[in-house]
Design a protein around this ligand. Sequence first.
Ligand code: ZN
Ligand code: ZN
Length: 272
Amino acid sequence: MILAQVPRNPLRGRVIQTPQTRGGGLTIFYVNPMWEERIKRATALGLAWPFAARTLRFYRALTSFQRDVHHHIVTASAKIDPAMLAAFVPGFIAMVEATAPHEIDVLAQRLKDKQDDEWEELLRTEWHRVGQGADSPFAFFTRSLLQPYAKHLADLWHSEVGVLDGAETACPFCGRPPQVISVCGEKREFICSLCSTAWAAHRPQCPRCREIRPDRLAHDAVADIPWMRLESCESCGHRIKAVDVGLAPDAVPLVDDIAAIPLEKLARHPRK
Ligand SMILES: [Zn+2]
Ligand SMILES: [Zn+2]
């Protein structure tokens, strides 16, 4: 029995045999190393950047949780849909209570008493909400639960569709905006905020309003991080970080992006 096809994914993967192979039939599934790479990078940056240590401690716990949800989804025998992710909510809330910054824990307390059917509705709504209206105050929670699910579906989709090449500013799989830009030499890629798909960003362009005029797009250095810059759009005010993995081969753009958040807050509110 094959639990999941091994996708042709631009991220490296490894195929492992599971204990079920004892039955005689070959059982393989794909273990995506993405989560471990993120945890490793968050650990390294947490040691190197004391200002980000607290943020990254939570990020590591969140990523470990998402890795386990992803593993469950990949190996599930039944079909998983967004609403079924509600089963993971108690563990998710416990992880948040143990490790999250205060502002996130406060929101978690407001969600704690929601019943399964309410969570199912929240998850369904977030899954179908693509670029519509303002974010729900609880979007962090629903998106965190949906990310491993979206990642799994995107992997399967990539295995069918293959390499992506386009100049659109929304994810070609799930339609969400990019969270960060990965740069290596001349190559630029947007990385999806939900399913982690990377797609070509052939030219500097604002992912929100699609502005391309060079005089409306600013590139600024980010403090003392030579491999990171902030790309700002003067037409709509959108800001997104670009991480140069050519300059920093160990960088994991989504992690470096999050690790630099406290730095941005410090820049906006410098200590006197
Ligand atoms: Zn996506
Ligand atoms: Zn813009």
